[in-house]
Structures are given as structure tokens and as C-alpha cells.
Design a protein around this ligand. Sequence first.
Ligand code: SF4
Length: 101
Amino acid sequence: MPPITRRRIVQIMPLLGAGLAGAQTQSLLQESDDEAKAVAYHADAAKVDPKKHAQYAKGQTCANCGLYAPDGDKPSGGCGLFYGKDVLAKAWCNAWVKKTG
Ligand code: SF4
């Protein structure tokens, strides 16, 4: 194996950075995931049946939930309930809590 030169380090640093950035991309929570089913996660809050989910109130979405962490202008962001997975801003689950502040 050839010695690692300063020149070689300069060449591979951008690749390492891209790899790390890619590793930070969170996967999107799916309705079919067990943890999503546990809280009746709906990828589209507009499709929640209020007869099945009495706690749902029109207008509630992840975007206005106190557990939601927006990611800039992206249509998805983090949720305090789901480590390592993003949720859609337009989604809803039965753990929705009013955002304060
Ligand atoms: S807890 Fe809030 S942000 Fe998380 S999935 Fe449920 S409604 Fe969305």
C-alpha cells in the first residue's frame, strides 16, 4: 500500500465529507413500520378518519406538533418519538401535542 501523502489526503477529503453527509440522511418513517402503527401514524393528516381517531382535530399535522423538528424547507423533519427516522410535515399521529411558545 502506498504511503498516504498530503496530496492524497487533499484528494479524498471531499469524498469523506460526502460520505458523512450521506450517512446523516434519515430514512422516512413508513405507515407500515411497527413504531408508526403503534401511534396510528398517517403520512397524510388529511386522510385521518376522525371516527377511528377521536383525538384527531382538523388542522393537526406534524408541522404544528410540539414534537416536530423542522429541517429547513424540507417536507419532512425529525420527531421526538422516532429516533433516526423523519416524519412528513403533513403527517399526523395520535401522540400529537400542541406546540408551545
Ligand atoms: S408526535 Fe407529532 S411530530 Fe411526531 S409523528 Fe406524531 S404528530 Fe408527527
